[in-house]
Design a protein around this ligand. Sequence first.
Ligand code: DON
Length: 554
Amino acid sequence: MRRTCTLLVMAAALPVWSAQPVRGRHGMVVTRENHATEAGLKILQSGGNAVDAAVAVGFALAVTHSSAGNIGGGGFMLVRMADGRTAFIDFRERAPLSASRNMYLDAAGKATQDSITGYRASGVPGTVRGMEYASRHFGKRPWAELVQPAVDLASKGFVLSYAQANGLKNAGRTLGQFPESKRVFLRGGNFYEPGDLFVQADLGRTLERIARLGATDFYEGETARMLAKDMQEHGGAITMRDLKEYAAIERKPMTGKYKGYDIITSPPPSSGGIGILQMLGVLEGTGYEKGGAGSASVVHYMTEAMRRYFADRAVHLGDPDFVKVPLTSLLNPAYMGRLRASIDPERATPSAEVHAAVLTGHESNETTHYTVADADGNIATVTYTLNGGYGSKVTAAGLGFLLNNEMDDFAADPGHANMFGLIQGEANAIQPRKTPLSSMVPTIVMKDGKPLLALGSPGGPTIINTVLEVMVNVLDFGMNVQDAVDWPRFHHQWMPDTLSMERGYSPDTVAILEKHGYTIRRVAAQGECAAILFENGWLDGAADPRTEGTAKGY
Ligand code: DON
């Protein structure tokens, strides 16, 4: 199945060599930070399954990948066990009980920055409950053993990499507004340098309590009391009651078909699964792949599918516990056929001419995705986040962890763009306890009843397109998984009507697309995919070269 040469010759994009994934027989962990990868690998090697390792990675990243790894945020875990059970664990933040539709509008009705920075930006964190849920229902090792690597990394410290130290430095201005964040993450203003030992004593104590007492500490115990007190003192919304009543929700994964593959993906409140299935449904039967990976015609067809999906996303998607999400209509073959038929092979459709089904932004890479598989064939694939880099920039006093700014994923001002330039509608307006709509989309592809590919990415709305692109790179263009992850990416989200493309696309390809009518923006990097391909008994792990991520197997 190493068959990239011919394709690469005909492709208009770089890279021009074939990269190799990391191969393992018994287990594979792919994350964007090496201490976390190693924490997961160690759990696998000492008899833990993929879910145990995923829990250990989740806590380790909360220590070593401060901008996105978290216990103050939330996310999604998609699990497929070797016995065929699947589960989508939704541990995303929920709006506090006191939240209301217009809470981020000023007296003149204009959106403020409060959904992005500061104490009011946070939804009720879900990570600790989510990890506990996963461990209880699908793991087999004791909880404390899974949290311990994170306790050690925090309390003994770890050596900061170039990107980690610079990430903190670059966020210095915003983090520095909050004295506790300045103390913990900026060493009181004397910035950390690459190579420095980063000890997080408060976080170590918090994690030690969680290791000992379980999620109860975070939601009802000392951590909860300290967090609620800090929130109250600074005008934040999260109360003891919000924490106590937080629950992770197990949902049924979305499933669909593409060519001969079975796709298991993320249901609402992720907007991603529906996006992947609709875009694949629109592409199937166009013969778009004949242009060859990286060609202007492939970019064109895929972009047109993206544009049409994002128009639907803006209007129809939200938390299914609060609004009716018209899944059946949006994935109806006749509707997808109409979308397909509306694509002009030679011309970009202006987004102003594309409207959501009548039924009845840009971001930094600061969410994180990791994927784990074990020898028995269990898979856990997780995207979790603080939302923006370092979240709300607020560190909970004495607790050592950053809080999310996930409230900005709601339509704080329906009809107007959020931090990611996403326009969203009433379906995603704020209500107490509601979950903001997400683009995170952990996904598993099956072939003949067996896992073939497990993957996901950060990147706000670009997540959905990154996952789609890596999938078709494997399924339609026959790339090995590392090439599929490395391959240059592009993104369109309906509004703004701009196609962003990584630098790997040649000027000729860009010129053809401009002739078709596209407005193109070149970007340095889109997303950071962590993928595992299952191939003849081997686990091929691919970390994303856009980051310091690693894949390790055994
Ligand atoms: O859930 C979402 O869609 C966003 N909170 C994800 C944010 C993200 O990926 C940020 N950066 N890359």
